[in-house]
Design a protein. Sequence first.
Length: 448
Amino acid sequence: MDENLPDKRIAVCPPKDRFFGFITGHALSLRKSRLNFMYDSFLIYGDFLEMFLGKRRTLLVNDPAGLKYVLFDNAKNYPKNTPGYQRVAEVIGQGVFTDIGDEWRKGRRAIQPIFNPSKFDHYFGLILEESDKTLSKMLEEKDEEFNMSYWSTRYALHVIGRSLLNESLEDSFDIISQKLSKLIDLTEKKMTAILPFKTPSKKRDEKEFSETLHILDTEIQKIIDREKEKSRTSGGNFIHALLDSPENFTEQKILSQVKTMIFAGHETSANVITWGFYFLMKFPEWQDKIFSELKECNFEITSEEQVKKFKYVNLFLNEVLRKRPPAWSFGRVAVSDDMIHGSHVKAGDLISISPYLVQHHPDYWENPEEFNPNRFEKPPLPMTFIPYGAGQRVCMGERLANLEIAMIYLKTVEKFKLQFTEEEFEMPMNPQVSLRTEKTLMARMVKR
Ligand code: HEM
């Protein structure tokens, strides 16, 4: 129990599912549309809610004080081994994203050096190179219509490959992106399944899951095996750091850690990049603003410091992260009994945290639905803007992600004017494990 939470509110339980609520709790409503149901309940009943998946209780904590309590003040009582993360672990294995306790600490300690500030001059150089290469390839295309979802994923995977594995992943691109994407879809299906027994379609999905996973693992193991052969003089390679770590990681652990980085590092960034292209087309004045500050420096980008100082691209990026946080919801599980605000927490209860909800909280964001990058002229209040999470499990790749995303917006706007291929286009959200676009994003790219 914590005195930092003087607000003794009790979590509100929205009405359960019609007809079957006494058995299913809120599971059917959540299954229909998890984000919509959570957001509507949040707007009607507030930022501290109680929901049930069958009999299992989940507290939705989405007020800044409650978030601080769960992620910082009493974080040791709320580790990450939720059913959701266990499902993710079936795809990426037990690595720094999904481990808890000592196992997590060992992994995070071994990996941390690759995100050392001293590495960022090197990362800046290769992100600049990868963004230039991406734009040159796009400029070579005859067609004016581009599949921006594809280009975003391709760029994000190249950046993660070059920065962490010293490979562009060009040859493995199709296998990694398609198989990972397939596995995420199948995982989402499993997470939202209602019937507790195995149906023929579930059996088919399970077979497809294990075959797809095998192909992905084999491809990534090939990358690791290639690295084993290479000399260590080129420096700074993530796989070498794991192979040479005093922790003596097993082969399986190394495979999981590499998969973790590829998964955590490209799916999220690729989604933000795609959503950013969408908002650039919806609000073309932001293309002009970003272009104008590039023009002021003669289109020369020479350091990460300079990228951070560009005003418009950073306001824009923050607003994209606020409106479309890829990790739109994540969870924790209570280890022992506790109190959050005025509600008892029982060991085993789940805690749901949603960057999407708190970043649309009407008490902290004026007109939260409106896309308005200028709102970031003022820094947001603590714990109201958490696209990268917070506390000891905060994202390891935040700095790398911000740099690569800002860079690709800058470079794209420098070379092209982006337009929708259809009038009055609206892109719906597809809130899966991460917050994707519902459809492929197409753009008409007019060379400047
Ligand atoms: C826009 C891009 C990204 C977003 C929005 C994002 C968001 C997040 C969030 C919210 C978490 C915490 C989840 C939780 O507390 O349960 C997280 C964890 C993590 N992220 Fe990211 N991420 C991004 C890019 C990256 C990149 C580029 C990398 C690697 C290069 C990365 C590596 C990780 C790792 C390793 C963790 C687990 C940290 C731990 O549990 O100790 N992420 N990310």
